[in-house]
Design a protein around this ligand. Structure first.
Ligand code: PMV
Length: 326
């Protein structure tokens, strides 16, 4: 039996978004999604068994977390403890390598790293696809961080069938810039935002239909390595997701004035011949899908148009890795 395991997982950005749960308890989504894993943002997590007389402890970036935060982690650890029938308490120590100014959610890399470490510590050694079904129950988007490159999360209809699948290593000149409009944490969590949208938005049924079609089309674009098509579908799909929120009751919106300026800058540079396309998640920052070979030049161009923004560039990330186990 191992005593300590350390794992790494990278974050991912959805090109076809996950927006809405069919089963909030099991995290079964309403639609399948597809993402790009990024190398710049990741989480390293160590897990170690504690004596049975103790209880779970959770350190994040070196700081011991509150009971409330630890409870969320314990519920996730329980999935692995029940499956493996090893019920001892665990010490979790996570370090997030997400620039604090990035304003990017780290839950995807966090739960993927924790799941990967627990998979090894408990001796379950599930395949990556099977492991993704457990990671899903920490955070939906984390499902996709199991693999590198382009990854699909197939919605499925049960715990076992809602899982990640590797699509392509994205090694064909792909990069992503993050235009940091506002690095403060979001006012409406993705969990709250999607529940409210599913329950009240008249546009929601159209979203599910569009996402299904967009997924088929983007997989074709990936298979053909057609960057323009990839970008156009990404940009349109993100906007359709944000459209569902404008149709909610009451309506809400993650855009800030700076988000609109950033999206306009992407259009301006595209008109000048740069291959770049934007997407946004449950927050005001704008992510730009681009050619890796143009990323440096594009960053300079964006900085000239948007001098106040922090801009972070990233290449394609790999899947989960075990860094240490003994
Ligand atoms: O799984 P969560 O709670 O991080 O929700 C992710 C929601 C979006 O980022 C908006 C879309 C996505 O597919 O990542």
């Amino acid at each position: 039996m191992l005593n300590i395991v350390k794992a790494r997982a990278h974050t991912n950005i959805a090109l076809i978004k996950y927006w809405g749960k069919k089963d909030p308890h099991l995290f079964i989504p309403m639609n399948s999604s597809l993402s790009l894993t990024l190398d710049e943002f990741y989480t390293d997590t160590s897990v170690k068994w504690l004596p049975v007389t103790e209880s779970d402890v959770f350190y994040l970036n070196g700081e011991k977390q509150s009971q409330e935060e630890t409870k969320k982690i314990s519920a996730f650890l329980d999935l692995f403890r029940e499956k493996s029938q090893h019920f001892s308490p665990i010490e979790v120590a996570s370090i997030n390598f997400v620039p604090t100014a990035a304003g990017l959610a780290s839950s995807a890399s966090a739960f993927a790293a924790l799941g990967a470490a627990m998979n090894r510590l408990t001796g379950l050694d599930l395949s990556e696809e099977d492991l993704s079904t457990y990671i899903r129950r920490g955070s939906g988007s984390a499902t996709r961080s199991v693999f590198g490159g382009f990854v699909q999360w197939t919605k499925g209809n049960s715990h076992k069938t809602s899982r990640a699948k590797f699509i392509d290593d994205a090694s064909w000149d792909i990069g992503m810039l993050t235009l940091v409009v506002n690095s403060n944490s979001k006012k409406i969590s993705s969990r709250q935002g999607m529940a409210h949208t599913v329950n009240t938005s008249q546009f929601y049924p159209a979203w599910v239909e569009a996402a299904n079609q967009d997924l088929i089309a983007i997989k074709q674009a990936i298979a053909q390595r057609n960057f323009q098509k990839l970008g156009e579908i990404t940009e349109a799909n993100g906007m359709k997701m944000h459209g569902t929120m404008l149709g909610a009751n009451p309506p809400f919106c993650y855009f800030e004035p700076g988000s609109i300026l950033a999206m306009n800058a992407v259009r301006t540079l595209r008109e000048q011949g740069y291959a770049c396309y934007f997407t946004m998640d449950a927050g005001p920052n704008v992510k730009v899908l681009c050619r890796k070979s143009q990323m440096k030049e594009l960053q300079t161009q964006f900085q000239a148009l948007l001098p106040d923004l922090t801009i972070i560039s990233s290449g394609v990330g790999q899947g989960i890795q075990i860094l240490e186990s003994h």
